[in-house]
Design a protein around this ligand. Sequence first.
Ligand code: ATP
Ligand code: MN
Length: 463
Amino acid sequence: MVKHLRIQQVLQDKPVGENLEIKGWVKTRRDGKGLSFLEVSDGSCLTGLQIIADQGLPNYNEEIKKLSTGCAVRAFGSLVESPAKGQEVELHANEIYVFGWADPETYPLQKKRHSFEFLRSISHLRPRTNSLGAVTRIRSTLSYAVHQFFQERGFFQIHTPIITTSDCEGAGEMFSVTALDLNDLPTEKGKVSFERDFFGQPANLTVSGQLEAEIYALSHSNVYTFGPTFRAENSNTSRHLAEFWMVEPEMAFCDLDGDVKVAEEFLKYLVKHALENCREDIDLFAKFVDKELFSKFSAVLESDFIRITYSEAIDRLEESGRDFEFPISWGTDLQSEHERYLTEEVFKKPVVVTDYPKTIKPFYMRVNDDDKTVAAMDILLPGIGEIVGGSQREERYDVLSARMEETGLNPDEYKWYLDLRRFGSVPHAGFGLGFERMILFITGMYNIRDVIPFPRTPGSAEF
Ligand code: ATP
Ligand code: MN
């Protein structure tokens, strides 16, 4: 009987003596005396399976000797212990069938290493490479781990809307959603009349599911959302995407300290989970992409995160004597260069910065007793900068509505949000973790465009 197995299973179980069928794409072909060695991958793991094709096979000269990188094949044969170094087992083929050819003259992926920039220009083929193949597996495993972490702790997943009519961050970085004909807009007094649009009002793609998650935190206590978010910020950096995935837990009966604790436990869980479940792929990145990878993991796993207030952070930055590109003083927002100085040079560890000035944070963050700062927290990671942004939410009706007026929001449009403070309000808190920034941290990759299958950035939205 022939057993069909994924290559990952074959290499893990090593069922020597069994007849197997495997299917995949040729990585390399080498010819020896009277036989050929094929390395075949089916994407299930980094290492391919070595297949020995003997010249006795009927299609040896016609087909097997013409196989090249990228060809799709099926191989039947028996698994044997490999006499040579480099692999423990190999498949002695009784039959090799070619599904699809890949002309070596035109197939862009060859055995040599390609630059990540080049691979971005062939995003439809890059998942077949070792590095992007590994990113793909790590991303999938960690996505599942996000759900495991929260579900194990009794959180409910809430599907918050992707099309919204509220602006959570108030930063005006939203993509509009409309069914109007942009070349023939209905207007009234020189302005577009959105009453005639699909929803009867302006709508946009969500920048965060937080406000809607709060609704369910105030009925189910602990909830989370994990979905795509969209920001039309024109930051062409290696840390920003226009479409990215965010994990947003929201917890009732929770203050800022509890919020930080969950975030720290979550980060540690993801790193540990990746080490336990993606070791082969991580080893690849530690070897070829970031030699510091394991020491960065230790910095997350082996001690409590540093906690400092924003005011302390400003002191540290001012006394650093550094010539930062963006000058820093109390009241200005921390830029990536400041965040990375703190976590990479001052503390060499993850740093939690709390209690930011209210003037640089959104309306929903809880105002502290000093009336100058809010109960906010950002977590900074070496090599990344900000990975998490969170806060305790303002649960006091009067303070919240005053903050809305202060920041130029119309409380009438957020009646439902204020209602949550009118009826059964409780202290609650939450945070957002950028999923791609987490994948950057786990892989040591440099550019966020290389850890999402289909990156959307200013000027670029392929597929
Ligand atoms: P930054 O200052 O880096 O632009 P932010 O303060 O705008 O981040 P938040 O609104 O707090 O970010 O969002 C929560 C988290 O989402 C961030 O900590 C980060 O990990 C991630 N994130 C934010 N913007 C982006 C983006 N454009 N692309 C990818 N991830 C992002
Ligand atoms: Mn931003």
